[in-house]
Unconditional design. Structure first.
Length: 106
């Protein structure tokens, strides 16, 4: 289990990953870690963001862009607090499961 998914569930990034199906969460987790490592930002993430109590507003912009790309969250997810994070997590999960249901029905 990586640092991203091992984070205690009050971390909004970990909550989103934890709510996705395991295979998809693992793929996104690996891709985020790989891209952060390539950009030289993994230690920043590991030391500053992958915590139980985290202020996502302190995320390096390049790290936030990598996370946004893989998880589909907005800038507001990092800047506006738990209400926005909860809403975005719900929207992302609803879109994901809606797509799964459509593909299963086809």
């Amino acid at each position: 289990m990586s640092v991203l998914t091992a984070t205690i569930s009050t971390n909004p990034i970990a909550r989103l990953l934890g709510a996705l199906p395991a295979r998809i969460a693992e793929e996104k987790d690996r891709a985020i870690q790989q891209d952060l490592t390539t950009a030289g930002l993994w230690e920043h993430y590991r030391q500053n963001i992958a915590k139980q109590e985290v202020d996502l507003g302190k995320t390096a912009i390049r790290a936030a862009n990598i996370i946004k790309t893989h998880l589909g969250v907005s800038d507001d997810f990092f800047l506006k607090g738990q209400d926005v994070q909860d809403r975005e997590i719900q929207e992302i999960l609803a879109r994901h499961y809606e797509e799964v249901l459509k593909s299963d029905a086809a």
